[in-house]
Design a protein around this ligand. Structure first.
Ligand code: NAD
Length: 261
C-alpha cells in the first residue's frame, strides 16, 4: 500500500531529524504538517519548497510542544487543513546537560514537557482520528538514551525511557485497531542539538570542535560515524509502510554499535 495522500504530522520539523522525516514523507506523496521554532520567512520558504518539490500540500503550525492547549490546536489544525492525521511523528526534543544536583528545575520541567508529555498529548488528540479510519502510524523519536543512560542527562534519559514505555502501552492499546505505535532510537546524529554539545565540550576542554566531535563519537559509538538524519527518516517511512504493519510497541535502533556494548 502506498503512503500517497496520507497526512503526516511531524513535531519539531523545522530542523534536524524532524525536517528529514517531513521531507521523506513528502517524497512518498504525503501531505505534511511542519511544526517547530524558527524564522517565519525561512519556514514559509521551507513549506513552499517541500510542496513544490514533491507536489504535495505542506503546512505549518508553530505550536509550542510544552503547552497542551497548543498541541490540541495543532492536531485539530492538521485535521482541518490537511484532512486528518494518519501518521504522527513525535520528534520535538530539547536537551540540557548538568549533574543532577545542579540540574535547574525549570530545565527538568521543560525537557519532560517537550520530550515526553507532548507525545501523550498528541497521541491523546490524534488517536481517535486514526481509529475512525482504522489506519494510523504513531512513530516516537526516542533515543539510545531510551535504552541506556549517560551521566549529566537526568531529564533527557528519564523522558526518553518514558517515551519507550509510552510506546509499549499505546502499542498494546492499539492492537487490532489498524494503528501501530513504535519508536526509533538514534545514537549520535549531527544536528543543532548535538552540535551544541560538541561546541560546549570544545570550549570546556580548550580543544578544537573537530577533536571534540571525534571524542564524542569514540566515547559511545564504535563505528565512529554519525547516523544521518535521512537514515532515521528512512526508518520512519518503513514504520509507516505495510512491511511494518505487524510491528507494535517496539523500537528500531541506529546507533553505530552504542547499545551493543
Ligand atoms: P534539533 O534541535 O535539530 O531539532 C529539534 C526540533 O524541535 C526543532 O525543529 C525545534 O524547533 C523543535 N522544538 C524544540 N522545542 C520545541 C517546542 N517547545 N515546541 C515545538 N518545537 C520545538 O534536534 P534533533 O537532533 O533533530 O532532535 C530531534 C529529536 O531526535 C529529538 O527528540 C531528540 O531527542 C532526538 N534524538 C536526537 C539525537 C541526535 O543525536 N541528534 C539522538 C537521539 C535522539
Amino acid at each position: 500500500m502506498s503512503l500517497k495522500a496520507k497526512v503526516a504530522l511531524v513535531t519539531g520539523s523545522t530542523s534536524g531529524i524532524g525536517l528529514a522525516i517531513a521531507r521523506a514523507f513528502a517524497a512518498e506523496g504525503c501531505s505534511v504538517m511542519l511544526n517547530g521554532f524558527g524564522d517565519a520567512a525561512a519556514i514559509a520558504r521551507l513549506t513552499d519548497e517541500i510542496a513544490a518539490t514533491h507536489g504535495v500540500k505542506a503546512a505549518y503550525n508553530g505550536a509550542d510542544m510544552s503547552k497542551p492547549a497548543e498541541i490540541e490546536t495543532l492536531v485539530a489544525d492538521t485535521a482541518s487543513r490537511l484532512g486528518g492525521v494518519d501518521i504522527l511523528v513525535n520528534n520535538a526534543g530539547i536537551q540540557h546537560v548538568a549533574p543532577v544536583e545542579a540540574f535547574p528545575t525549570e530545565k527538568w520541567n521543560a525537557i519532560i514537557a517537550v520530550n515526553l508529555s507532548s507525545s501523550f498529548h498528541t497521541i491523546h488528540a490524534a488517536l481517535p482520528l486514526m481509529k475512525q479510519k482504522r489506519w494510523g502510524r504513531i512513530i516516537n523519536v526516542a533515543s539510545t538514551h531510551g535504552l541506556v543512560a549517560s551521566a549529566q542527562k537526568s531529564a533527557y534519559v528519564a523522558a526518553k525511557h518514558g517515551i519507550i514505555g509510552l510506546t509499549k502501552v499505546v502499542g498494546l492499546e492499539c492492537a487490532d485497531t489498524g494503528v501501530t505505535c513504535n519508536a526509533i532510537c538514534p545514537g549520535w546524529v549531527l544536528t543543532p542539538l548535538v552540535q551544541a554539545q560538541i561546541d560546549a565540550r570544545a570550549k570546556a576542554q580548550g580543544i578544537s570542535v573537530e577533536q571534540a566531535s571525534k571524542e564524542l563519537l569514540s566515547e559511545k559509538q564504535p563505528q565512529l560515524q554519525f547516523t544521518k538524519p535521512e537514515q532515521i527518516a528512512a526508518f520512519a517511512v518503513f514504520l509507516a509502510s505495510d512491511a511494518a504493519s505487524n510491528m507494535q510497541g517496539t523500537q528500531l535502533v541506529s546507533d553505530g554499535g552504542w547499545t551493543a556494548q
